[in-house]
Design a binder for this molecule. Structure first.
Ligand code: BES
Ligand code: ZN
Ligand code: ZN
Length: 466
């Protein structure tokens, strides 16, 4: 699909019109729309085919409502027989329209023997002043396409994306986008003493990989950012095996890694004046004679020992080693980790919201602003000293699960906090994307599968950082 800014509707065979209830009163086709039962209710649409016209209902002109209805419109357009559609845009709605079209129109057809066909080839975004909108348009396309890049990897099956292929894909991204790339296989991970990460991947037929990509701007970097992603290419639960119904969808346990790759792709294409380091712990959590066990005590890279009480709480075991490595390698202004870490996060915040944890309220507020700006949803989950005590172990320095079942998203965040060095406490935030990274039913501009959670949020945060 070609999407471009133009100054006229020439050549389009259907034009899309966003209509509020107020605007509906004044519209010239009001009578026909009335007959069709169109009331401009949010997210409803009505085709007037003989006029090449698609009416779309919106409650108001907000970005959220615009993005949402454009996602519905693009799906309808893709199932009709038009070739070129036009949308009216201005500096207020351009970003939301582009996101609605690209993200709402996203499909993942890799494994379909006959992908759905569509005649829709071109989208014309009609505006008064191309020059004025060009920048915003290009930025929105870069971020939306990076989000689709993330979705594609999340949606790829575990037979095709395992730690080694994720490393290969990362090095290809590095080549294409001029990033530095350093990859540690198991031999190097042993040298680095990443005992927790290596234990999780031990029963897999694929070698665990620690991937490090770096983007350096042409000008002097104004800030240095470290991103860390949980890259469980499959989470069977290990010997604490998941029930069969919970195991389905666990190809998405690599979504944190995929988000981090999408973010560095977006930053490098936006050419932001910041240095970004993306660290990914790519591991497969499997069962077998060589599997790590509940009762094991692991020595992490930091030297702290961990009692394994549940092999399904594996993400934190991978992340604690990657976070420790990242803090050694890079002196960053901010450290953000992204992980599908806990089912408990979904219980706390619902499926649509990313959980944010950390010590700095100022930093969290910047993230809330970025969330409002980007259309992603985030909610803060507060640390406290009582929950922290639940991670005590009688045999090791810390346990990998809390001794009580409540507040599981927070105790997972607190586990990670144990591996954040004193000087970095105020620079670090943990993002639990367990709910927001994947969906089995469409919502907002998300369709079935990976959503790309984190990419729009961080692109907005990093763009407005300076
Ligand atoms: N990858 C899962 C968390 C998850 C669950 C993500 C559902 C997305 C959807 C994680 O590794 C896990 O299994 N966590 C356990 C932790 C528990 C054993 C303390 C969980 O959430 O049940
Ligand atoms: Zn798990
Ligand atoms: Zn997991």
């Amino acid at each position: 699909m070609n999407i471009k800014l133009t100054q006229n509707k020439n050549g389009s065979d259907v034009s899309v019109d966003l209509i509020t209830k107020d605007k509906l009163k004044t519209i010239k086709d009001k009578k026909i729309l009335d007959l069709a039962g169109f009331t401009a209710e949010q997210d409803t649409i009505c085709f007037l085919h003989e006029k090449g016209y698609l009416a779309c209902g919106v409650d108001d002109e907000s970005s959220d409502n615009t993005r949402s209805v454009c996602s519905i419109a693009i799906k309808a357009l893709k199932s009709a027989k038009y070739k070129t559609a036009s949308f009216d845009v201005d500096d207020q709605n351009i970003k939301a329209v582009v996101e609605g079209i690209i993200l709402g129109g996203y499909e993942y057809n890799t494994y379909k023997s006959e992908p759905k066909k569509t005649t829709l080839k071109n989208i014309n975004l009609v505006c008064k002043d191309i020059k004025k909108l060009q920048n915003a348009f290009e930025e929105a396309v870069i971020v939306a396409e990076a989000t689709c890049f993330t979705r594609d990897i999340v949606n790829t099956i575990p037979e095709d994306i395992h730690p080694e292929t994720l490393a290969k894909l990362s090095s290809e991204l590095a080549k294409e986008n001029n990033l530095e790339c350093n990859i540690l296989g198991e031999k190097a991970l042993k040298k680095e003493k990443c005992g927790a990460m290596l234990a999780v991947g031990r029963a897999s037929r694929h070698e665990s990989q620690l991937i490090h990509l770096t983007y350096k701007p042409k000008k002097k970097a104004k800030k240095v950012i470290t991103l860390v992603g949980k890259g469980l290419t499959y989470d069977s639960g290990g010997l604490s095996l998941k029930p069969s119904t919970s195991m389905v969808t666990m190809k998405m346990d690599k979504a944190g890694a995929c988000a981090v790759l999408g973010i560095i792709k977006a930053v490098s294409e936006l050419k932001l004046d910041i240095e970004v380091h993306a660290f990914v712990g790519a591991v497969e959590n499997m069962i077998g004679g060589d599997a790590y066990k509940p009762d094991d005590v692991l020595v992490t890279r930091s030297g702290k020992t961990v009692e394994v009480r549940n092999t399904d709480a594996e993400g934190r075991l991978v992340l604690c080693d990657v976070l420790d490595y990242a803090q050694d390698k890079v002196k960053a202004d901010y450290i953000f980790d992204f992980a599908t870490l806990t089912g408990a996060c979904m219980v706390a915040l619902g499926q649509y919201t990313t959980g944010v944890m950390g010590h700095s309220n100022t930093l969290k507020h910047y993230v809330f602003d970025a969330a409002n700006n980007s259309g992603e949803l985030v909610g803060s989950l507060p640390f406290n000293r009582h929950l922290k005590k639940l991670l005590k172990s009688d045999i090791a320095d810390i346990s990998n699960v809390a001794s009580k079942p409540f507040g599981g998203a927070i105790t997972a965040g607190l586990y990670l906090d144990n591996f954040i060095r004193e000087e970095n406490k105020g620079k670090w935030l943990h993002f639990d994307i367990a709910g927001s990274a994947y969906t089995e039913s469409p919502w907002d501009c998300n369709v079935y599968g990976g959503t790309g959670a984190g990419v729009r949020l961080m692109s907005s945060f990093l763009k407005n950082l300076l």
